[in-house]
Design a protein around this ligand. Structure first.
Ligand code: TXA
Ligand code: MG
Length: 324
């Protein structure tokens, strides 16, 4: 099947109300027709996600904003112009026509125009919006390749469009524009600085009236193997001690592995690190070690989104299948 035939098959599946694996530049999504309540419910069932956690609606063009959102503020148009297609999700007041199942019953909707060429082609030819969360079981590590999605869901998601490795590697930045002040609910591929250059000062983190975002739960993006986040010297000490106790320890280091360390290395550049992060966590998790030790990245703005994911992954790491 060439890419065109794969897209045709995906459109037919979506029109039948099925759920497909969708490549995007951030991570892979589990997509269904956002206008079809039964299809969207299927996403929740497959993912094991609580029904009150809203999904992002993916659209082909910024022109579709007004179809999904009400009273679209000028800040939304400016951000869309600057960063779409790309790794930015906007939270806006929803149109009454947006199904409740998509928004978890909230009066806002998350909208994103993804940059991946396959996703764009699919969206243009499909015509409607696609509701899609990341294609991982709830609370677990997000997928950055078609194979990750197949590993995660097998026969439950027979059609996965293969768009290669996701470029960015971590989820989109979420900006809430539904309240008084713009607010970053989830850091991601687009930095606070980039956003402030376009719309001025933004708040960070969820406010008292912020909508719920499961990507902002304390425990998320987590491997099954217990995981600790440590500075380089502490990591080397801990690895030595754990090995002395007979434990199998997997390391995720930056730049180079410590002497006689066993594990994986990610680049010293924050963007390149983010690109490889989830694949590395999946590989390490599959080794069945007793413990994962992850080197803590520098405390600078460039690493903010990576820090966010690592902190939640460490908080959620647990051998239980039904961890949050
Ligand atoms: O990069 C991404 O955003 C990926 C790709 C597939 O597009 N999608 C993704 O979806 O990360 P998901 O469902 O795993 O995370 C979306 C986050 C969730 O934390 C959800 O609660 C939040 O966005 N969200 C969606 N709609 C919202 C809304 N109306 N209000 C507040 N948060 C919302
Ligand atoms: Mg997710």
């Amino acid at each position: 099947m060439n890419a065109n035939e794969a897209i045709d098959a995906a459109i037919e599946a979506l029109r039948r109300g099925e759920v497909i694996g969708l490549p995007t530049e951030t991570v892979y999504g589990l997509a269904a027709d956002a206008g079809n309540t039964a299809a969207v419910l299927r996403i929740f069932a497959i993912k094991g996600r609580p029904a009150d956690h809203p999904l992002i609606v993916h659209i082909a063009e910024a022109e579709a904003l007004a179809h999904w959102a009400l009273n679209v503020p000028a800040t939304a148009h400016r951000l869309a112009e600057a960063f779409w297609p790309g790794p930015l999700t906007l939270i806006l007041r929803k149109q009454a026509s947006v199904p409740d199942v998509v928004t978890g019953g909230q009066d806002t909707v998350g909208l994103r125009c993804p940059a991946h060429p396959l996703a764009r082609d699919l969206l243009r030819r499909f015509g409607g919006g696609l509701a899609a969360p990341s294609a991982n079981r709830f609370g677990r590590i997000s997928p950055t390749s078609a194979q990750h999605v197949r590993d995660e869901f097998g026969a439950a998601v027979p059609l996965v469009l293969d768009g290669g490795d996701s470029d960015v590697g971590i989820e989109s930045t979420i900006v809430d524009l539904s309240g008084e002040t713009p607010r970053i609910l989830r850091p991601g591929g687009i930095s606070r600085e980039q956003i402030e250059q376009v719309i001025g000062p933004v708040a960070v983190g969820s406010g008292a009236h912020s909508p719920r975002a499961s990507g902002t739960l304390e425990a998320h993006y987590a491997p099954r193997t217990p995981m600790l986040l440590l500075a380089r010297d502490a990591l080397e000490r801990e690895a030595g001690q754990q090995r002395a106790f007979g434990k199998r320890v997997g390391l995720l280091a930056i730049g180079a592995l410590p002497e006689d360390g066993d594990g994986l290395v990610l680049p010293v550049d924050a963007r390149a690190y983010a690109h490889g992060l989830y694949a590395a966590l999946r590989l390490l998790d599959a080794r069945g070690d007793n413990l994962l030790l992850v080197e803590r990245p520098p405390d600078t703005e460039a690493w903010l989104a990576v820090h966010d994911r690592l902190r939640r992954a460490a908080a959620g790491a647990s051998p239980d299948d039904d961890a949050p």
